[in-house]
Ligand binder design. Sequence first.
Ligand code: ATP
Length: 214
Amino acid sequence: MMNQNKIPQATAKRLPLYYRFLNNLHIQGKSRVSSKELSDAIKVDSATIRRDFSYFGALGKKGYGYNVEYLLGFFRKTLDQDENTPVALIGVGNLGTAFLNYNFTKNNNTKIEVAFDADKGKVGKTIGNIQIHHIEDLENNLENISVAILTVPVSEAQNITDRLVKAGISGILNFTPARITVPENVRVHHIDLAVELQSLAYFMKHYPLENEGE
Ligand code: ATP
């Protein structure tokens, strides 16, 4: 088994994508998949897929493809699919509410277990079975939780981040536009939906994709 640390970061980022697709194939009863099929389905070029899979110790055979079961086993181990990752959500506004209702159950074992808000009208309610606590009680309700999703107003982002870090949170998925500052040992992934949309529109305009069918 390959040492997980030796997988390049760009490859590691594609793991959940591969996992989800292969899991669907497995559910459909497929035992093999070619890099071309994968490439068409998940829009990653097949040379990249072949290189990624070689890191996983999976060698595709010509005319046979990759063994779905083997790859799934590898992904489960590497992604710790058997382990639960409880998550806290801070800020139950429009976006936070959507996350509580969605709650990632279709994907894997990451699950929001607890939510916080400053609005007394929201505190004490449950959304998607998750109870909303007052932000004042943050530190008392983070037991066993190391990951937080940040969906508070931008003006609150740094202050809440500081409290999360002090309380032992080591990973933050930041949906606010704020560029938050954290100590070196805390990992922040930033998702700014407005920037992503703008960037998509920009690329569509300036780098139009070729239509292969014509
Ligand atoms: P809404 O329609 O509920 O106002 P929104 O997403 O448009 O949602 P935002 O102003 O972005 O509203 O706030 C998101 C959520 O963060 C709101 O539910 C708000 O009550 C909450 N919030 C604001 N300040 C804090 C804070 N310091 N700690 C925790 N939650 C906060």
